[in-house]
Design a protein around this ligand. Sequence first.
Ligand SMILES: [Zn+2]
Length: 54
Amino acid sequence: MVSRINTGWHDRNRMPLGATFEERMDWHLAHSRSCNCRPAPPKVAAELRKRGLL
Ligand SMILES: [Zn+2]
């Protein structure tokens, strides 16, 4: 599988240093819609699914 990184999106969307869990969820949600370089961590993905966002 070729990993497809959307470098433009990553340049515009840096994960804030010391991001809270909520901030990381927002980031991974936006990330999953714009880039496929890596999946969200299991804890983040599970919470997003629980909220019906993923
Ligand atoms: Zn990415």
